[in-house]
Write a protein that binds this ligand. Sequence first.
Ligand code: GSH
Length: 207
Amino acid sequence: MLEIYGRPNSLNVRKVLWLCEEIGLPYQRSDWGRDHKPTTDPEFMQLSIFGVVPVVVDDGFVLRESNAILRYLCSRHGRTDLYPADLKARAVIEQWMDYANTDMGTGMRPVFQGKVLGMKPHDLPEMVAWGAADWNKQMGRVDAYLQKAGPYLAGPSFTLADIPAGLMIHRWMVLDFDKPKLPALRAYYERLGEREGFRKHGCNGMP
Ligand SMILES: N[C@@H](CCC(=O)N[C@@H](CS)C(=O)NCC(=O)O)C(=O)O
């Protein structure tokens, strides 16, 4: 059975949990990371020296990096509906996955880790203000995109493109800071809420 190492309140772990729900894949999860067993523990270090969750073990095969794990699990379980074989369709999905892990989340860090969790150095007021402005700008761009495209990020159906970005959009929706009203983004967020996996591991009360 797939083993998932990582605390259930981590955005990156929740991506994997959500996908397992979509695939109907059973797993065993153990609590590692902030406020749980430390990733400096020798048991964890044996799997990964990179100090972050998630890490998965599948039949002895060890893999880290949440987005790489999502792609691996889809390919392993033949879910071409979520991660197609067609080169261009796949590239569009990867474009959204990369964007969610980079530009879409750069401003999130000072707002969430700084303002909400009080972690240094993200909590500097000018960093938080810059983060909020940048995060709002990125979400404005996704809203503008969704006004013309969709209903899902990579087109007509739900794919891997929607998991990393969907969780980032969820966090933006639920955190309390000055935000513009973005109706197309809101409609997309509500659409994701129709999915069991997102209700369990995305919009489940955690930011
Ligand atoms: N690029 C990595 C980032 C992983 C990451 O930053 N994970 C955070 C949780 S979301 C973490 O492990 N933080 C340290 C901790 O929880 O101890 C991925 O996508 O998997």
